[in-house]
Write a protein that binds this ligand. Sequence first.
Ligand SMILES: Cc1cc2nc3c(=O)[nH]c(=O)nc-3n(C[C@H](O)[C@H](O)[C@H](O)COP(=O)(O)O)c2cc1C
Length: 237
Amino acid sequence: MLARDDKNEIADSADAVDEAISTRRSVRAFLPDPVDNETMKDLLRLAARAPSGTNMQPWKAYVTRGAVKDRISDAILNSGVRAEKIEWDEYKYYPDKFFEPYLGRRRTVGFALYDALGIQRREVERMRSQHDRNFVFFDAPVGVIFTIDRRLNKGSWIDHGMFLQTLMIAARGRGLHTCPQAAFAPYHKQIRPILNISDEEIVTCGMAIGYEDTSKPENGFRTERAPLEDWVTFLGD
Ligand SMILES: Cc1cc2nc3c(=O)[nH]c(=O)nc-3n(C[C@H](O)[C@H](O)[C@H](O)COP(=O)(O)O)c2cc1C
């Protein structure tokens, strides 16, 4: 299926770039409409234009769909490992103990998602079910798993992140939406044999890619950003 016209009617390139950046958001319910491998190749080629220290290009991507994607979902959902028991044994995405201002920001987005879905604060089972939706890539037709060579240093993780953002912006340019998904990282043991990922690679995250299902409440809220005054310092004349 081609990118939707309404998402592509952007006059000049500054507008187009701004529009792609500002309309990127994490979408958590997708339509079944397919995204073909030619489109995925275009997106990945563009994403690989991201800069990296000494052009090392520290990223690998495993693009899954159909039966292979389902095998990943099954392996995780039937792994018997509950979400609250998972181990971030390869890398820690989050601090061991949250503190401000990060704790407040994290809570805000969590509550916004649960409010949109009508999930009350104590409905742990419903929260868990929503978290598990990660593992079916929120029903997106394409699920990508990303890895980085474990011998690389923190600098390469900066590059890896830039690659991911470039991919998400390129997807917006084609009317597609995405959700980056660190939720996959702790399940690397389940994912590795299915995708034949070598021990040298760390699973950094997954990504759902497809067309947004605008009828779903989980896509109905927008996240905010802290005002510039909170985090920018202008110095000099
Ligand atoms: C590397 C990365 C991993 C993320 N992992 C998840 C995830 O596993 N599940 C999820 O629902 N959202 C995930 N998110 C989405 C964030 O919650 C989201 O980016 C943030 O709340 C800001 O909202 P926005 O993306 O809609 O602007 C992740 C984001 C990033 C950048």
